[in-house]
Design a protein around this ligand. Structure first.
Ligand code: ZN
Length: 72
């Protein structure tokens, strides 16, 4: 499963000071973080394409399990 950027769902904050919140199951590739600040939407698009990998940290695993329990 590859991360697909959804700006409406995942991006927050005023122009020039954006936050990209990755959904559970994804993180940035160079460190185990799920949210990162950006100056421009172009940077967000680039990072979403190149820097996001699947994540199975405890937080993601727990949240995905909980989500499944509630909605399956
Ligand atoms: Zn995670």
């Amino acid at each position: 499963m590859k991360y697909k950027l959804d700006i409406k769902r995942d991006v927050d904050g005023p122009a020039g000071d954006y936050l990209l919140w990755l959904p559970f199951g994804f993180r940035f590739s160079d460190e185990i973080v799920h949210v990162r600040g950006f100056d421009t939407i172009a940077e967000i698009r680039k990072a979403a394409k190149n820097d996001v990998v699947q994540c199975d940290c405890d937080d993601c695993k727990k949240s995905i399990a909980e989500f499944k329990r509630l909605f399956d």
